[in-house]
Design a protein around this ligand. Structure first.
Ligand code: ADP
Length: 190
């Protein structure tokens, strides 16, 4: 399996690019945010719990997120590979992902990170909030809070993957198809 972590701060375009990469490489796309939102829509217990964190821009606790992610992986073991979008977001999540894949004889092939200056992103997210209906996209304070968590808890994953020579940064500013091309130039080598 070709397993790819698509990485970057909120609003950087991971969802858009993941959908395109999924088609191109015939991969399964697991977005933890989308899975949580699906649970919220279906009013499951997990959905209720997740929304009590997500609506305020907080991270859902690791234990809950990891359990949910593992069950998504287990549903897709026959896939050609998985694009992880929005996961891992903490060091604990990254180590759990590694060990979960390892017991199955699998690994993360690489992390591709979309790099975009933060000031461009807040505006993008506020615009997305006008149509997405996401409560966490409609309030600048909540958005800034998400960036704060990204800096304190998530950004360190760059080093985690760099130490394994698995980090590849890609310029995320430009037209959608240009960015897809930059990503595929990297992923083709995995
Ligand atoms: P964005 O990247 O724009 O923040 P996502 O859809 O990836 O959007 O995530 C939305 C929210 O879902 C996060 O703010 C967080 O509350 C929750 N979430 C998603 N993935 C994780 C994760 N790996 N760990 C903890 N919380 C998560």
């Amino acid at each position: 399996m070709k397993n790819i972590v698509l990485f970057g701060p909120p609003g950087v375009g991971k969802g858009t690019q993941a959908a395109l990469l999924k088609e191109r490489y015939d991969l399964v796309h697991i977005s933890t945010g989308d899975v949580f939102r699906e649970h919220i829509k279906n009013k499951t217990e997990l959905g209720k719990l997740a929304s009590s964190y997500m609506d305020y821009g907080n991270l859902v606790p690791d234990k809950v997120t990891i359990e949910m992610l593992k069950s998504e992986i287990n549903k897709n073991l026959d896939a050609k590979g998985i694009i992880f979008d929005g996961f891992p977001r903490t060091i604990v999540q990254a180590t759990e992902l590694d060990s979960c894949l390892k017991v199955k004889g699998l690994k993360v092939n690489g992390m591709v990170a979309l790099e975009v200056p933060e000031n461009l992103l807040v505006e993008r997210i506020l615009n997305r909030g006008k149509t997405s209906g996401r409560p966490d996209d409609q309030d600048e304070g909540k958005i800034r809070h998400r960036f704060g968590l990204y800096r304190t808890k998530t950004a360190i994953l760059r080093e985690y993957y760099q130490e394994q020579n698995k980090y590849f940064g890609v310029n995320g500013v430009g037209a959608i198809d240009e960015i897809t091309q930059r990503l595929t130039d990297v992923i083709d080598k995995f």
